[in-house]
Structures are given as structure tokens and as C-alpha cells.
Design a protein around this ligand. Structure first.
Ligand SMILES: Nc1nc2c(ncn2[C@@H]2O[C@H](COP(=O)(O)OP(=O)(O)OP(=O)(O)O)[C@@H](O)[C@H]2O)c(=O)[nH]1
Ligand SMILES: [Mg+2]
Length: 223
């Protein structure tokens, strides 16, 4: 009979690496955000708008997770932000052990905020703790308002949801109230920001939230 190994050790290894990453981020006072969504919801475009609106003096770095290409990393590098590309060579998510070596490519003393763009996928990335402080899920209105109920884990574990592409709302049947109700049922603590990464609509509140997290993390690390 074929022997089947349970996947638990993989997750245990991951949790150990995530703990080490988290400890390093704590020592350095770096706020780390794990940015997740299905392919094409607007993660990289959200990063581009975020870079344009970064408060003076807030130093951002980015890790780009992609299955094969460096396209997203190229878009971030073009804006002068330190970026490291991780190609997962087929894997549908990043894990904490992939993050660890990538951190060696940054000057960690020169970073306040690290955003990790995960591989486009609404399911697998939710299973893997990277050592981040918070998770943000991007859901675009073109994907349909049923997605939180169909893929609840990623919404349950997220601190923030960016409901993106609101500029396209008139052309969709997405019911924003239904979406809000479903997300609140799954995760009453979830902070929801309706945004358009195309136009920048809604970005003031998002940027305020991000800046506050960075300040809190820095204050905590100085205690
Ligand atoms: N109309 C509109 N288009 C958007 C918006 N945000 C992103 N897009 C478009 O959606 C497409 C995908 O955007 P990306 O930012 O590359 O999406 P992504 O989530 O990074 O995609 P992957 O990395 O492949 O998972 C691009 O053509 C963007 O221009 C938005 O707010 N409004
Ligand atoms: Mg992208």
C-alpha cells in the first residue's frame, strides 16, 4: 500500500520560520503586510498608488511573489522602491521559508514598512503565516460579491480588505452592501476600504491606516 505522509510537518516548519521572521521584524521595528488576492484583483496597482502616496520619510520595501516572471517586481523597481522577487517555480503561495533568505537582500535598518505581494490566489496563501503583522486581502468588484462566502478563510484571517476597482461599479452587478454584510459575518473586526487603485479613490483612509500601523510598530519596538 502507498504510504501517505500528512502535510502537518510542512506547516510546522513554516510556523517555525514564520516565528523567526516575526522576531526579526520585531527587533527591527518593521511593520510587515502580507498582501493577498486572486490574480488580477489589483495588488501591484495598489502598491503603485501606495508608493505615490507614501508619507514623507516612510521607507517602504517590497517582496514580490510570483510563480515565474519578474513583471510585478519590474513595476515596483521602476518607482525606485527596494524590491526582491521570489519566484515560487510553480507553487501557488509564498511560505515563510522563502521569505527568510530574501530578507538578506535588504538593508533592514533602512525599512519601516515591508509589503509582501503574495502569489495571485484566493485560497493557498491564506494557509501560510509569513511572519507578517497583518494580512490585507484585495477583492475587486468585478470578481463578484459572493467571493467572501465562497473563500472565507482569507477574509477571516485578514485585518484589512481593500474592495478594489470601485470605478467599475456601474458596469457590474456587485452589491456593495451585501459584500459588506458577508465580510462582517465572516470577520467582524475586518477593516474595509473601498478603493480604486486606478483613480486613487479611497486611498486617503488606506494610507492613514498604513501609516498608523507603522507608527504603532515602531513605538512597540522601542519599549
Ligand atoms: N478599472 C480598474 N482597473 C484596475 C484597478 N486596479 C487594477 N486594475 C487593472 O487590473 C489589472 C490587474 O492589476 P494588477 O495590479 O496587475 O493585479 P494583481 O493583483 O497584481 O495581479 P497578479 O499579480 O497577477 O495576481 C491591470 O490591468 C490593472 O490596470 C482599478 O482600481 N480599476
Ligand atoms: Mg501583481
Amino acid at each position: 500500500m502507498v504510504k501517505v505522509r500528512l502535510a502537518t510537518p510542512v506547516l510546522q516548519d513554516n510556523d517555525e520560520a514564520a516565528r523567526e521572521n516575526r522576531e526579526l521584524f520585531r527587533e527591527r521595528g518593521i511593520f510587515v503586510l502580507n498582501l493577498m488576492s486572486s490574480p488580477g484583483s489589483g495588488k501591484t496597482t495598489t502598491l503603485e498608488r501606495t508608493i505615490e502616496r507614501l508619507p514623507e520619510g516612510l521607507r517602504l520595501a517590497v517582496i514580490e511573489g510570483d510563480i515565474y516572471t519578474t513583471r510585478d517586481a519590474d513595476r515596483i523597481e521602476a518607482r525606485g522602491v527596494p524590491v526582491v522577487q521570489i519566484n515560487t517555480a510553480g507553487a501557488c503561495h509564498l511560505d515563510a521559508r522563502m521569505i527568510k533568505p530574501a530578507l538578506g537582500d535588504f538593508d533592514l535598518g533602512a525599512i519601516d514598512l515591508l509589503i509582501i505581494e503574495n502569489v495571485g490566489n484566493l485560497v493557498c496563501p491564506a494557509e501560510f503565516d509569513l511572519g507578517e503583522d497583518a494580512r490585507a486581502v484585495v477583492l475587486s468588484v468585478t470578481e463578484g460579491d459572493d467571493k467572501p462566502m465562497k473563500y472565507p478563510l482569507i477574509f477571516r484571517l485578514a485585518r484589512v480588505a481593500l474592495v478594489n476597482k470601485v470605478d467599475l461599479l456601474p458596469y457590474t452587478d456587485c452589491d456593495m452592501e451585501q459584500l459588506g454584510r458577508d465580510m462582517a459575518l465572516i470577520n467582524p473586526e475586518l477593516e474595509v476600504f473601498p478603493v480604486s487603485a486606478r483613480t486613487g479613490q479611497g486611498f486617503t483612509l488606506w494610507m492613514d491606516w498604513l501609516a498608523e500601523q507603522v507608527r504603532n510598530k515602531q513605538a512597540a519596538s522601542q519599549r
